[in-house]
Design a protein. Structure first.
Length: 323
């Protein structure tokens, strides 16, 4: 019997290029794959589904999409769900690939992601699963999303507009306070729909300028300070769209943590990943320990428990092992 293990890393989501119906393209995710934290999905072929209950919806979707009878699946080396690190998409795609390979099938995770309910807005999670790196995707034609998202299977995952490998020395500080998880599922869909219906189109114009004149040049030239400044600005501009839904430009207590991190010379840019509660800081290997201390101090300052990590960006996608 073949056992297949698919290992993949987290991602940061810096924001969207546009959430206004006034422009031709909607969404357009910007984010980066991370080397850590990681998760591994292991699968064996079976005639029924055997898995932990928290994985059941992922495995049901994968089995249906592949047209196989079942699988025995477990999740190891995982990280928290709905904390802004993209675990849902990574679990879904890892399960899909692991089950397919266990049954001797080849599979294109990008092609089947819509059947799993993944990649409907941002394509960053799918792209980082495929190949890691810093990713900007093309978004969707706005006319297909004017009142509600199109039905399952009637859209495809946005393709990367570009994918870049970040310098080896760059690092990301991750501070995840022990707060309620970020929005997901129907609650997230309703919030995004509300935001899109009233989003200010001029913010997207500012983001387009920021992306082409500051953020992408910083990535291509390997300018860490300029990159940190640009992703911070991207997050604040996105926060203006999200403010009414999440209680401010950043979801509390993310704003307090970000203010504290901004005062550290080891942190060159800050923001909130997705709906949080994880906040990030831009740093490098030389400043990593000082940045980690700044993250711990920020949690302590506001009486918060949580996890602090300093991680490298990924330079590759998921790995598959068979035994």
């Amino acid at each position: 019997m073949t056992t297949v293990a698919v290992e993949t890393g987290a991602r940061l989501h810096f924001g969207f290029q546009n959430l206004s119906l006034a422009h031709e393209r909607l969404y357009g995710g910007v984010g980066v794959g991370l080397a850590e934290p990681r998760l591994t999905v292991r699968a064996e072929p079976a005639t029924t589904i055997e898995c932990p209950e928290e994985l059941r919806s992922y495995i049901d979707n994968a089995v249906d999409a592949l047209g196989v009878e079942g699988a025995t699946v477990e999740l190891t080396d995982g990280y928290d769900r709905h904390v802004g690190l993209g675990s849902g998409t990574q679990i879904a795609l890892a399960a899909l690939v692991a089950i397919a390979r266990a049954h001797g099938k080849s599979v294109d995770p990008r092609e089947l992601a819509p059947q799993l309910g993944r990649g409907g807005r941002s394509g960053v999670g799918v792209a980082t699963f495929e190949s890691g790196g810093f990713v900007v995707d093309v978004g969707h034609p706005t006319e297909r999303f004017t009142t509600a998202p199109p039905g399952p299977g009637s859209w495809s995952v946005p393709k990367p507009l570009g994918r870049w490998t970040l310098p080896d020395s760059w690092r990301f500080l991750l501070v995840t306070p022990e707060e309620p998880p970020g929005r997901s599922g129907e609650e997230e869909d309703e919030s995004i729909r509300t935001i899109v219906e009233r989003a200010d189109g001029s913010i997207a114009d500012d983001i387009a300028t920021l992306l082409t004149r500051r953020l992408l040049p910083a990535v291509v030239e390997g300018d860490l300070s300029a990159f940190g400044t640009a992703v911070s600005r991207l997050g604040r501009l996105n926060g203006a769209w999200f403010a009414d839904e999440q209680g401010g430009v950043y979801r509390p207590p993310a704003g307090q943590l970000i203010d504290a991190l901004d005062s550290s010379p080891a942190v060159l840019g800050t923001g909130q990943s997705s709906w949080g509660p994880t906040v990030y800081g831009v740093t490098n290997a030389e400043r990593a320990e000082s940045a980690k201390t700044a993250g711990s101090d920020a949690l302590d300052e506001f009486g918060l428990d949580g996890t602090v990590r300093v991680v490298a960006p990924s330079d590759s996608g998921a790995t598959v092992r068979e035994s």
